[in-house]
Design a protein. Structure first.
Length: 106
């Protein structure tokens, strides 16, 4: 079954798995995460779905020692995090695997 939920701009990506949605937005794009998030929120409203905003997280991937990095402003009440879990895998802002390895028992 094909989903009617599509990205606003072609360089952005929406990844769907069961009832989870991940939105990927590159640094240089014509449409930012805020626009994509509002689009998903509107789609959810039209389809009579509720977004659990308590579970929504935003992570900004970046190089750990970049000199001139400005964190984008948070969207509404969405928490910005340095590490998050997606389908059992921990992702860190620096793309290191420290958190994943810490959770694995050897």
């Amino acid at each position: 079954m094909k989903s009617d939920l599509q990205v606003v701009f072609r360089t952005n990506e929406i990844i769907k798995f069961a009832d989870d949605i991940s939105i990927l937005v590159p640094e240089n794009t014509d449409v930012g995460l805020d626009v994509e998030f509002r689009h998903v929120s509107k789609w959810a409203d039209i389809n009579r779905l509720t977004l659990n905003t308590a579970k929504i997280k935003e992570i900004v991937f970046r190089r750990p020692k970049v000199k001139y990095f400005h964190m984008p402003p948070a969207i509404d009440s969405i928490e910005q995090v340095d590490c998050c879990k997606l389908l059992g895998v921990f992702f860190q802002f620096s793309l290191k695997m420290d958190s994943q390895l810490h959770m694995c028992k050897i």
